[in-house]
Design a protein around this ligand. Sequence first.
Ligand code: MF3
Ligand code: CO
Length: 249
Amino acid sequence: MSVTIKSEREIGLMREAGKILAKTHKELANALKPGMSTWDIDHIGEEIIRSYGCIPSFKNYMGYPASICVSVNSEVVHGIPSKKRILVDGDIVSLDAGVIYKGYHSDAARTHAIGEVSLEAKKLIEVTKQSFFEGIKFAKEGYHLNDISRAIGRYAENFGYGVVRDLVGHGIGRNLHEDPEIPNFSRKRRGVKLQAGMTLAIEPMINEGTFKVVWLGDNWTVVTGDGKLSAHYENTVLITKEEPEILSI
Ligand code: MF3
Ligand code: CO
């Protein structure tokens, strides 16, 4: 498959999907509190998504059993919601959600603090978010994909953080995962030339310590190699001739 350019009609639908996803994330953030389980978050998230007439993209995707990926502390991504996993004061939790609106996907992730967290945890969350915004300074027609990747990776590495290499962002549209792959670190190749109408899910996954990650026995949950914290921040972005349009914010 190659990178698709969306029509005005498709962009309109992706705008709607993105708006609904942004609202979902806001409502989920307001619902978070110590004592709730990661299953509760998934349940609430699925209800919100369906209340807007959307389908949760992740549910049953490649066999993933839930609507929201809930990843706590050293879990990087794809944590599986569980009634046994209870959030406590001081945890950080990454929520990754996707919605389908009239056949079009939007994908976004946020990392939140539960109650009072350490200064180190706060900083990791902030830097991860900012690395996304550093990256999208180059999300404009005429730049190359690697300009985005390099900006994200450089920014996070300046803080001594580990930039996850085994998982990447992706094109998005009629499918959750489309070309191109979007690494969060610089590669030798410039990658595709960005063109107005491309829609990209840009998603830095940043670790406090090593960039290395490990898959748990459930074959989904990805954790840091050293047990230190990890944060995730993602939005669906439309490339234009000028500033990028962040669809899921
Ligand atoms: N944002 C994640 C991704 O782009 C969500 C997919 S999780 C899955 O890969 F459960 F749906 F696989
Ligand atoms: Co994604």
